[in-house]
Write a protein that binds this ligand. Structure first.
Ligand code: KG4
Ligand code: ZN
Length: 336
């Protein structure tokens, strides 16, 4: 089955064609980074306007690259939650129109579940596994029992990890988007120049990035080793080490508590070099670790089409009355 995937939940206008949940025939990502850079952050109104302009050429490109006509598709999968409401509505409205015109089934997709599914496309992992979702909007450690069965074990109680990367970079004028810039700077910095620490929460698997972010921004001297240069490289490396180590500590604890033997990661921050190395190191302890390539970590429509296949194969088709939801997520603790 060939599925057209559409993803417009934030600042990437993306379309892809994927066969049987895994074979990627095209994966077009039109990023709005350049347009949002002057504001050092995503401007929601601008994002939805650009999606409106870009959605048709992006879908056209995805079909062209896959060498397919619309009538050769078996379904249309589209992200409808969570994300920026205006942006989601552009993709969802387009998908409904496209599906109706070409008489194709419509499958609405949760963005978070799609990120957690992404590693399955390149390096399939048997269920159950520990899913680590780290993006600009979410930080979740979950037990994943199936493509649609996700149970939150721990999550951020305030900022998402990617948000912390972006805000630290913005404060120090390091560049945009912050995560990638900090990753690059950190490679030549001393990760022990500043010894930032995190806090412990009632649920030890929950995590807080707000305190770390404030420490890096407002109390740099408190954590300084007193000798190292206060350079962008040293700040980046020390912040990155603290942010990732806080997460890894919880991953280790979650593995002990659940007894799970497999780990996968998804979301934009899963592209981070230090985090990838730390997660890959679990292999030395006998764990199976699946990390998607960087293209499948950040927002893309291949993961949407890939996940859509499983819903369709299991007979789940969405109604045209489904709307877009800014905040609904797969990650309520009761898995509802
Ligand atoms: O998954 P994503 O593309 O969009 C959301 O669903 O949020 O994630 C975007 C986030 C941004 O915060 C960005 O700074 C971060 O992923 N990011 C990184 C790296 N590449 C992107 N963070 C750390 N290291 C990276 N290499
Ligand atoms: Zn995302």
């Amino acid at each position: 089955m060939k599925i057209l995937g559409i993803e417009t939940s934030c600042d990437e206008c993306a379309a892809a064609v994927v066969e049987d949940g895994r074979i990627i025939h095209s994966n077009i990502i039109a990023t709005q980074i350049a347009q949002h850079t002057p504001f050092m952050g995503v401007v929601p109104e601008l994002a939805s306007r650009l999606h409106t302009q870009w959605i048709i050429p992006t879908v056209d490109a995805a079909l062209r690259e896959a060498n397919l006509k619309a009538h050769e598709l078996d379904g249309v999968a589209v992200t409808n939650r969570p994300g920026l409401l205006g942006s989601l509505l552009v993709g969802l409205s387009f998908a409904k129109g496209f599906a109706a015109t070409h008489r194709l089934p419509l499958i609405t997709i949760d963005h978070i579940r799609a990120h957690l599914y992404a590693p399955q496309m390149e390096a399939p992992l048997a269920y159950p596994y520990l899913g680590v979702l780290v993006s600009g909007g979410h930080t979740v450690i979950a037990r994943v029992d199936g493509y649609d069965q996700v149970e939150t074990l721990g999550a951020t109680v305030d900022d998402a990890i990617g948000e912390a990367f972006d805000k630290v970079a913005k404060h120090y004028h390091l560049g945009y988007p912050g995560g990638k810039v900090i990753d690059e700077l950190a490679r030549s910095g001393n990760p022990r120049a500043f010894l930032f620490s995190g806090s412990t929460l009632p649920n030890p698997l929950d995590i807080s990035y707000s305190g770390l972010k404030s420490g890096v921004i407002h109390q740099l001297d408190t954590f300084w080793d007193g000798a190292s240069e206060k350079s962008a490289q040293n700040i980046a490396a020390s912040f990155e080490r603290a942010a990732v180590n806080m997460l890894i500590k919880r991953v280790r604890l979650a593995l002990q508590e659940t007894g799970l033997k497999r780990i996968s990661a998804g979301g934009g921050v899963a592209a981070n070099t230090y985090l990838r190395n730390e997660l890959a190191a679990f292999r030395n302890g006998g764990y199976e670790v699946s990390l998607p390539s960087r293209t499948l970590c950040t927002d893309n429509a291949a993961m949407v089409a890939g996940l859509g296949y499983h819903y369709l194969a299991d007979g789940h088709v969405s109604s045209y009355s489904e709307g877009a939801h800014a905040r609904v997520s797969a990650f309520k603790r009761n898995n509802s």
